[in-house]
Design a protein. Structure first.
Length: 168
């Protein structure tokens, strides 16, 4: 294993999120598992949105890995995208790992069935090429969302918070 491969593997294993950019659309933060030499993600209804990335079996993607501790970029690597057939041996092995990382699944007992029926399990295998990290922040305008910012703090809240700190 080369130093580059070791960096990619260790950084990706330890990071909870990876940023994936496909041939179209924005980069997207995705949770993943590292299994059998590649990052695996699951996307679709009720899971992560991956449809707008344009990821196809045999296609390419760019993966940026962040530090789990500080959140800064560690490495950016090129990936070959694979999509194992649902319920194939490769798919089953990847799903076994992914299930353990899926938090708060509404249908944990039947998650494999739902993923096979409605979702895509993608394998992002490093092609060996890495990109140098940019000098600027690469900050992008946030994607549109129905979420709103919080309302102004109620006038009485500071008083209520101070009240709870009084020593008896």
């Amino acid at each position: 294993m080369t130093l580059t491969q070791a960096l990619i593997e260790e950084a990706t294993k330890k990071s909870g999120l990876i940023w994936v950019r496909g041939p179209v659309g924005p980069s997207r933060a995705l949770w993943h598992v590292w299994h059998d030499g590649a990052a695996h993600v699951v996307g679709g209804p009720g899971e992560q949105p991956v449809a707008d990335l344009g990821l196809t079996d045999g296609g390419a993607a760019t993966v940026t890995v962040r530090s789990k501790d500080k959140g800064g970029r560690l490495v950016t690597w090129s990936a070959r995208v694979g999509e194992p057939a649902a319920r194939s041996e490769e798919w089953t092995a990847a799903v076994a790992e992914l299930k353990g990382k899926r938090l708060n699944a509404p249908d944990a007992e039947r998650i494999e069935e739902r993923w096979a029926r409605e979702c895509r399990v993608l394998r992002l295998e490093p092609s060996g090429a890495t990109s140098s990290l940019p000098d600027d922040s690469q900050a992008a305008v946030p994607l549109p969302t129905p979420a709103t910012t919080r309302e102004p703090m109620p006038a009485a809240l500071p008083r209520l918070l101070r009240k709870g700190r009084r020593k008896g």
